[in-house]
Design a protein around this ligand. Structure first.
Ligand code: ADP
Ligand code: ADP
Ligand code: MG
Length: 652
């Protein structure tokens, strides 16, 4: 077995690969970009090598840098994970040339399957059913349009070099073809550097069913059953499971044989996935599934297969790459119970699933399901990479029990900071149609409102709780730091628009809730301050977390983010002449030299930040008074994130 491995990836998959490699006694080498200094995958490995800037082209996708990393660290093999260079034949070749074992198939096998049109032609030749359509050389727009009419609408236009659902265009009507083709070509060029497309019949009510295969260098090829990945959004899988609802042993054997045929046709070795689309208008049947593509790598959803087979697919990958034969024969592969995986993304289902970035304030996963995570509390989700941050995998004897377990685990998952799809996933797991297996790839898009993926507006009770906690924190801080503290201007009691409410003094406090302006009404009673937002008092069924000048309130699976507007206004647009001190790059605060309220001279050192294993001293941009310090010593900061605010001496 290899003595060491360079893991050419990041996030959860790099952590997961490191775990198996360590168990197998390998020395693990992580690689990281400037945005990932100190990231979890770096902490998971024995060593780490700095690749370059955040842009993947200069780091995780730079073949030259990765080969350099492997050479300098003396790694024996390279595991590419998924995404990035995992399906890049040039990378596999470069590894071979550098004398490094590539944990994956040969460059030739990757090339054969890399282009969907080529792969389909190969499969058709090998007798595997392929989706009807055009996958030839001719690419003229008029010609392709005539092909689309022949195939019959609706059709799907796909970039031949595509992946990750990008560039796919569904066309319903002949008149819309030209525009859709143009878009697919443009996106294909931008994402994959190739303008080639193929046209496919759009299979009605499509179900995505794929077969996990494994091959060794000794001519053995087996399959490890199917996975159903029909819950998708924009052609991206969200929940995956095995076995597929409605699958029969006979059909499994038939699809498995077709997948094995596909692998044999290209001289495959290692882990691979043969993807099929099945006609979901009727029950699964022998003449109702067609090959769409083969992914020549480990798949995101491989843990569900591991759950029902009891195998470690990454271990198998290493064994095959080291020249060992497959550990099991086809008839020895188990299929125990049912497993479901949910992909947790840092995104906002209420805002069109927009990716959400920022520091993770708190993070907790339940203990009774498998968790694959790429982050820990204190880490930041940056805008540079895929927003998938974790996966939960539940396993149970029956499908319903596995879905129950997954839903319950999602309910108990706590992620504070960036918004996530956790509550959305739990709702999906409980949806009747999904539980009955009556789903196709369009299910989520057709049911967005029922699944809660529409704007919900402000949660007043949650916001009120946030304001209450922020006021408590400030009161405590003011008390602790003595009377000369600048608490006064931030206190609601310093506001000028106080009024009387039922005999008690009430104040309107401007706040920011989820990025929008709002107001809290604070009344002062004998028992202390009472807060209401939109007439709602603080929620009693919620949890609040304070980070810097913000409160994050979790209630019913939803996060509400609250700030006082005096702070917020300053951080979004510091007053004219004020000096906002921001982090020049991602890093960690090592030292703070000043305190709130202190006068500083222009150029005076304020703080030290450690980034990319170097220390950077931040200096006062202007003369003035330290009005606010947004971070503590030890805090992780993101590029552009606020460190402190210096108020202009004249205006302050
Ligand atoms: P990618 O390389 O981007 O993963 P695929 O060819 O695998 O592209 O297609 C992505 C998804 O689109 C599939 O998972 C499947 O659900 C759906 N899909 C692909 N081809 C068809 C088709 N011909 N008809 C219906 N749905 C399809
Ligand atoms: P699969 O077919 O295995 O579901 P996809 O086709 O969805 O995989 O593609 C994998 C996706 O994962 C790509 O879109 C890629 O951008 C993304 N990705 C690559 N590396 C990572 C990583 N380390 N963590 C999270 N996502 C990643
Ligand atoms: Mg695919």
């Amino acid at each position: 077995m290899f003595a060491s491995v360079l893991i050419a990836n990041r996030g959860e998959i790099a952590c997961r690969i490191a775990r198996t490699a360590k168990r197998m006694g390998m020395r693990t080498v992580a690689v990281y970009s400037a945005a990932d200094a100190g990231a979890l995958h770096v902490r998971c490995c024995d060593e780490a090598f700095f690749l370059g800037p955040a842009d993947p082209r200069e780091s995780y996708r730079s073949i030259a840098r990765l080969i350099e990393a492997a050479k300098q660290t003396g790694a024996a093999c390279v595991h590419p994970g998924y995404g990035f260079l995992s399906e890049d034949a040039d990378f596999a070749e470069a590894c071979a040339q550098a004398g490094l074992a590539f944990v994956g198939p040969s460059a030739a096998a990757i090339r054969s399957m890399g282009l969907k049109d080529n792969a389909k032609a190969l499969m058709a030749e090998a007798g595997v059913p392929v989706v009807p359509g055009y996958h030839g050389e001719r690419q003229g727009a008029t010609f392709l349009k005539s092909k689309a009419r022949e195939i019959g609408y609706p059709v799907l236009i796909k970039p031949a070099a595509g992946g990750g659902g990008r560039g796919l265009r569904r066309v319903e009507r002949h008149v819309d073809f030209d525009a859709a083709l143009e878009a697919a070509v443009r996106e294909g060029e931008a994402a994959f550097g190739s303008s080639r497309v193929l046209i496919e019949k759009f299979v009605p009510a499509p179900r995505h069913i794929e077969i996990q295969i494994f091959a060794d260098a000794h001519g053995n090829v087996i399959h490890l059953h199917e996975r159903d990945c029909s819950l998708q959004r924009r052609h991206q899988k969200i929940i995956e499971e095995t076995p597929a609802p409605g699958m029969t042993p006979a059909l499994r054997a038939q699809m498995g044989a077709a997948a094995i045929e596909a692998a044999r046709a290209v001289g495959y070795a290692g882990a691979g996935t043969v993807e099929f689309v099945a006609d979901g208008t009727r029950a699964l049947r022998p003449d109702g599934f067609w090959f769409i593509e083969m992914n020549t790598r480990l798949q995101v959803e491989h843990p569900v297969t591991e759950a029902v087979t009891g195998l470690d697919l990454v271990e198998w990958q290493f064994r095959v790459a080291a020249g060992e034969p497959l550990p099991l024969r086809q008839d020895q592969v188990r299929l125990d119970g049912h497993a479901v995986e949910a992909r947790i993304y840092a995104e906002d289902p209420e805002d069109g699933f927009l990716p959400s970035t920022g520091r993770i304030v708190a993070l907790q996963f339940p203990a009774d399901v498998r968790v694959e995570s790429g982050v820990e509390a204190g880490d930041a989700v940056t805008p540079y990479y895929d927003p998938m941050i974790a996966k939960l995998i539940a396993h149970a004897p029956e499908r319903a029990a596995a879905l129950d377990r997954l839903a319950a685990a999602l309910d108990r998952t706590l992620i504070v900071g960036p918004r996530t799809n956790v509550a959305f996933l739990a709702t999906l797991c409980r949806s009747d149609a999904f539980r009955q297996g009556a789903i196709d790839t369009g299910f989520i898009d057709r049911n967005l409102a029922a699944l809660g993926a529409t704007p919900h507006g402000i949660d007043g009770a949650a916001a009120a709780l946030g304001v209450e906690r922020l006021l408590q924190v400030r009161t405590a801080e003011a008390a602790a730091s003595g009377s000369d503290h600048d608490f006064g201007t931030n206190s609601p009691w310093a506001a000028v628009d106080g009024f009387q409410l039922g005999g008690t003094r009430a104040l309107i406090v401007p706040i920011v809730v989820d990025g929008g302006n709002a107001e809290a009404v604070v009344t002062h009673t004998a028992g202390g301050a009472r807060v209401c937002v939109g007439s709602a008092p603080p929620a009693s069924d919620a949890r609040a977390f304070i980070a810097g000048d913000e409160a994050f309130v979790l209630r019913g699976g939803r996060q509400t983010r609250v700030k006082m507007r005096d702070f917020a206004a300053a951080s979004s647009a510091a007053g004219a002449g004020d000096g906002m001190v921001a982090a020049p790059m991602h890093g960690r605060v090592l030292q703070l030299f000043v305190r709130i309220g202190e006068r500083v001279a222009r150029g005076q050192p304020l703080a030290v930040i450690e980034a990319m294993k170097m220390e950077h001293t931040l200096h006062a941009p202007i003369e003035g008074v330290v009005r606010r310090i947004a971070v503590g010593v030890g805090a992780q900061v993101v590029e552009g994130g606020e460190i402190m605010l210096i108020e202009n001496a004249e205006t302050g």
